[in-house]
Every structure is written in structure tokens, then in C-alpha cells.
Ligand binder design. Structure first.
Ligand SMILES: [Zn+2]
Length: 238
């Protein structure tokens, strides 16, 4: 079997498309992740999230370093760099590693793109797929205007912090001739611009080598798509 990242014939692992930890806050009391199947318009439950044999052990390790980093700086109770409380319309998260943080996000979109699972059909990277593969293999995040992304933090009314308990894999939209994929995890509605050309100020410069990420902030109940997402997920048992 051929590894999708290094293209070598090696035994492949059953890899997560989205890393296991993004499902964790959505686990109910039976420790089952709640997943939405957007195509079928139904919700399902799985022990481990969606997996597929995509990567060899070495490439899995390559990605897991970026995943661990994101889990730590975003979700770790004591070490997260994101603020516990979201006040105002904008939040800045400083001290991020530009390269690792961006590569983590790009690796998610790429994995969804190479996945043959129906749940990730929305992501069709076309000519960008192989360019991204090489970038990921070489751990090259590119310039801030290459495959830029931004996020809108979703604020919980009670905790005033990030609304972590929702999860949605990718949806696609076409904006000014560019493909944009959105995904919701880690309390943020992320938007990824995956066109090869970066002409024009498509995305405000919200993340660069300084390692400071600027996120918009909104109450999650004000976002129609997030509200819709919440309605389709079962109530959490406590
Ligand atoms: Zn490999």
C-alpha cells in the first residue's frame, strides 16, 4: 500500500482524518464522540472518529508532532495560549509557532482532501493536492498569503470562553473565485483558502511569522451555521 504523503510502499496505519483530540470535548458520558454526517443530514456516534488507512508510521509521526503542538497551545487546561475568556469583538493569541500552527491546519485540509471517505467529500483540492503534499512532507508552511486562513472564535454565553463542544468537519464554499473550506473545532469556525493563486488582499493578514493570530469573536448563538450545528447534536449528558 502506498502512503499518501511520502508515496512509499509501506504498511499503512488507520489514521484519523481529524485528530482524535478534536472530538474529545464532544464526548458524551459514554465516551462516544458525536459526529455529524452532513451528506446524510444525520448524526452518528463513534468511539474514535473517522479513520482511514492513509499514512505510514513515519508520516503519522510527522503529523502527530503538529497535532500535539496544537492540542497543547489550544486545548491544554494549563498550557493553552488562547485566553480563557473572550471579551470584545477580536482576540489576539500571541506566542504561536507560525510554522507548526499553520502546518497543522494545512495537514487537516489535505487529509480531508485525500480521504476517500464520503464524510470528507466536500474537500476537493485538485491541483493543489500534490502541491500541499510536498509542502507538508517538507514541513514548509509557505508565506502568510499562501493558503491563508482565518477563524471566528465562538463564545459561550455562560463561560464567556470558547464553545468547544461542537464539531463539524469540512464544508466548501466559493468566494470570489477561490475555494474556501470551513471546519468547526476547538471553539473556532476556521476558514481555509486553498486556491493556488493569492492575488489581491483576499484575507486580512491575521496570522504571520510573528506568531500572533487574530481571531474574530462572536457569540455562538449569533452564528446561524453554528446554531444549526448545535441543534443537530444531541444534548450533552452530564
Ligand atoms: Zn509515509
Amino acid at each position: 500500500m502506498t502512503c499518501k504523503l511520502c508515496l512509499q510502499a509501506k504498511p499503512l496505519l488507520d489514521s484519523h482524518i481529524l485528530p482524535e483530540f478534536v472530538y474529545r470535548p464532544t464526548y458524551d458520558s459514554s465516551h462516544t464522540a458525536v459526529l455529524l454526517d452532513l451528506q446524510e443530514g444525520r448524526r452518528g456516534k463513534r468511539q474514535k472518529g473517522f479513520t482511514e488507512r492513509l499514512l505510514c508510521g513515519d508520516c503519522e509521526q510527522h503529523f502527530s508532532r503538529w497535532e500535539s503542538y496544537f492540542a497543547r497551545v489550544w486545548l491544554h487546561p494549563a498550557q493553552a495560549l488562547r485566553p480563557a475568556v473572550l471579551s470584545g469583538d477580536v482576540v489576539k493569541v500571541a506566542g504561536l509557532d507560525y510554522s507548526i500552527f499553520k502546518l497543522f491546519h494545512l495537514s487537516l485540509v489535505w487529509r480531508a482532501g485525500v480521504s476517500t471517505r464520503r464524510e470528507f467529500d466536500a474537500v476537493q483540492l485538485g491541483a493543489q493536492e500534490d502541491k500541499l503534499r510536498v509542502r507538508l512532507l517538507n514541513a514548509d508552511p509557505g508565506r502568510p498569503d499562501q493558503y491563508p486562513f482565518f477563524g471566528i472564535a465562538q463564545r459561550d454565553a455562560l463561560t464567556r470562553g470558547f464553545q468547544d463542544q461542537l464539531l463539524r468537519a469540512f464544508e466548501a464554499a466559493r468566494v470570489n473565485g477561490h475555494w474556501v473550506y470551513t471546519a468547526y473545532f476547538g471553539g473556532v469556525l476556521w476558514h481555509y483558502f486553498m486556491s493556488g493563486h493569492s492575488r489581491g488582499a483576499l484575507v486580512p493578514a491575521v496570522f504571520d511569522q510573528s506568531g500572533t493570530l487574530t481571531l474574530g469573536v462572536q457569540d455562538w448563538t449569533d452564528n446561524l451555521s453554528v446554531r444549526d450545528l448545535a441543534q443537530r447534536m444531541p444534548p450533552r449528558r452530564r
